[in-house]
Design a protein around this ligand. Structure first.
Ligand SMILES: [Zn+2]
Length: 123
């Protein structure tokens, strides 16, 4: 599963990302381009550094790169890491991303536990 579809151009240094299937994004010098969004990784040119993430990538990177649309006050794009606990609960019904939402809950629970342990050791 693709989380983010992006590369860095080795010529101009720009980082470009394709956000959806037909989102063709060239870099500013025109040497490389990305396309395909989360559906497939399409590249033009070959002078680039791969920066894409999949759901197998380290989770602390995935949670900042995976965006969900929340509809509390209008539509807002938020990364998993920026969702409030309430939003995390309310978006929990989508099948395809369900395992990521579970992972986010586990991540939060375990970081809370380690915060508590840190406090304990400070005493
Ligand atoms: Zn470029």
């Amino acid at each position: 599963m693709i989380i983010s579809n992006k590369i860095r151009c080795n010529n101009c240094g720009e980082v470009i990302e394709s956000m959806h299937v037909h989102d063709y994004v060239p870099c500013m010098c025109g040497e490389v381009a990305v396309d395909g969004g989360r559906a497939y990784l399409k590249r033009s040119g070959n002078n680039y550094t791969e920066m894409s993430l999949s759901d197998k990538s380290p989770y602390d990177q995935v949670r900042k790169a995976y965006f969900i649309v929340v509809s509390n006050e209008g539509l807002t794009r938020k990364s998993l890491s920026d969702l409030t606990d309430t939003e995390l609960e309310s978006v929990g019904k989508f099948g395809k991303i369900h395992h990521l939402l579970l992972k986010e809950k586990q991540y939060r629970a375990s970081s809370r536990t380690s915060e508590l342990l840190d406090k304990y050791y400070e005493l």
